[in-house]
Write a protein that binds this ligand. Structure first.
Ligand code: NAD
Length: 491
């Protein structure tokens, strides 16, 4: 393994401007998924730490909410610059703890930088846009709409894109003028704590940013239930998202949820085959398929199906799986033993349900024995009632299915309780537009890779999301709207 022999990990909680151990002294083991070895133990927070963090954030909110957007933009730009300076270290920790190849880890860090820079701009604009006058049907009154921060925000994130899902919440929350308590995934705290250290280094007032690592039960649940938290922004599984929403009803706080997906790539008969193979491969195997946006259903026009399947299988079998630090490696391990077991379970169940395994399905030959590796896997003839077709697998598993008409393709793609994303591959521009509009998904990529620009939007239909991240929508998620109506002074 080429992993750096570096053990200078941050392992404490960051509460009210200080690095501290958890109040009860509990810890959680952090594992390298490529080797199965123990990396370090980090502090595992509890409700006591949540209490301290929320109290600190609430104290800090009084002054932070009064800062101008321009002042907050200064901090956001400083964070972006600090992350840029630490790019290599953050990417190293991302690969070490999550298992993604270095190239993907660097993309993640660059996304964080771009997100902070974008929300710095929006924070600045707020100084002009918040409080702007609204045109009304009265000469006697003057109406203005103020956009104010909603209060202390709890940000709860998963392990598949550490730092990225965090930045998508953190940058707009701080830009809006909220103070925050971040709860990273207990599986990938190392890059998140390094990001926390980058944020801590820019001189934010104590309490504006807090990070409490620990389990969902010990940190996430008390955060969501806390009456001092005004808003919960959660990214994770649909099941936990439902629990978060239920708990939030007790205190009637706002929730934004980014949850699971079961998305399709639709390849029409006029598609550029090379492009279709590239997009299907990336949609299924990037980040070892551990993407909410994985296009794990490959829907292909009957005429093109034999050629596409043959090319896709050939490509999947050529993917170099292994040490995320090796320069030629294209796919790393799954993030944990539990995730490995879960995905293997889905594969076995799929076979038992009658799906035809075309390639992969198990550990790739030559992959390190103790790592959590699964070879790129492709199925055909997957029964539409099987879990393999309907559930989010969250591993490198594609299910290929043939369609005969545009209507059938749309119906197959929309036949899911999720509605996060979709990809359409066609040479016919009008068809691309028509199908994009017909799909019940929050993002549709037509002939493009899964690029996500911070200026746009993120989130889906149905059980994939409540609300949207990124763009102005991401900022609005942390704002209250206040109308101020005044009588015009007679001159
Ligand atoms: P998860 O739901 O198990 O955990 C997510 C976070 O919630 C973790 O920090 C966890 O500790 C915390 N948590 C667990 N129980 C909690 C509780 N009762 N109260 C509050 N917090 C709790 O998800 P995961 O396994 O870490 O991540 C994978 C899932 O995330 C997949 O379903 C994936 O689709 C989803 N995801 C969605 C998006 C999106 O943008 N839609 C992006 C990335 C991941």
């Amino acid at each position: 393994m080429n992993a750096p022999n570096d053990t200078r990990f941050l392992t404490q909680l960051y509460i009210d401007g200080r690095w501290v151990d958890g109040a009860l002294g509990h810890t959680i083991a952090v594992v390298n998924p490529a080797t199965g070895t123990h990396l370090t133990d980090v502090a595992a927070g509890t409700a006591h730490d949540v209490e301290l963090a929320v109290a600190g954030a609430a104290r800090a909110f009084r002054a932070w909410q009064q800062t101008t957007g321009t002042e907050r933009a200064g901090y956001l730009r400083a964070i972006a610059a600090e992350v840029e300076m630490r790019r290599e270290r953050l990417a190293m920790l991302q690969s070490l703890n999550n298992g993604k190849p270095q190239a993907e880890a660097h993309m993640d860090v660059d996304d964080v930088i771009a997100t902070f820079r974008y929300y710095a701009q929006l924070a600045e604009q707020l100084d002009d846009t918040s409080g702007a006058e609204v045109s009304i049907s009265s000469t006697e009154h003057r109406a203005r709409i103020l956009r104010e921060p909603c209060g202390v925000a709890a940000l709860i994130v998963p392990w598949n894109f550490p730092m990225v899902t965090t930045a998508w919440k953190l940058a707009p929350a701080l830009a809006a003028g909220c103070t925050v308590v971040l709860k990273p995934s207990e599986i990938t705290p190392l890059p998140e704590l390094e990001l926390a250290s980058a944020i801590a280094s820019v001189g934010l007032p104590a309490g504006v940013f807090n990070a409490v690592t620990g389990t969902g039960a010990d940190v996430g649940a008390p955060l969501v239930a806390h009456p001092g938290v005004a808003k919960v922004s959660f990214t994770g599984s649909t099941g936990v998202g439902q629990t978060v929403m239920k708990t939030a009803t007790d205190t009637l706080k706002g929730v934004s949820l980014e949850l699971g997906g079961k998305s399709s790539i639709i390849v029409f008969d006029d598609a550029d085959l090379d492009l279709a193979v590239d997009l299907a491969e990336a949609g299924g195997f990037f980040n070892s398929g551990q993407m909410c946006s994985a296009t794990s259903r490959v829907l292909v026009a009957r005429e093109l199906a034999p050629a596409l399947l043959a090319r896709l299988v050939e490509r999947a079998e050529r993917i170099v799986v292994g040490d995320p630090f090796a320069p030629d490696v294209q796919m790393g391990p799954l993030v944990s033993r539990a995730q490995f077991d879960r995905v293997r379970g889905h594969i076995e169940q799929g076979i038992a349900d009658g799906a035809r395994l075309v390639t992969g399905g198990d550990r790739p030959a030559g992959a390190p024995e103790q790592g959590f590796f699964i070879a790129p896997t492709i199925f055909t003839d997957v029964p539409p009632t099987s879990a393999l077709w309907r559930d989010e697998i969250f591993g490198p598993v594609l299910c290929v299915r043939v369609f005969d008409t545009e209507e059938e393709a749309i119906e197959l793609a929309n036949d899911s309780e999720y509605g996060l994303v979709a990809t359409v591959v066609t040479d016919d521009e009008a068809r691309g537009e028509r199908v994009a509009r017909a799909l019940a998904a929050g993002v549709v990529w037509v002939n493009t890779p899964q690029l996500i620009y911070p200026q746009t939007s993120w989130g889906g239909y149905k059980r994939s999301s409540i609300g949207r991240e990124l763009g102005p929508f991401g900022l609005a998620a942390f704002q209250e709207i206040k109308q101020v109506l005044t009588r015009r002074q007679a001159n």
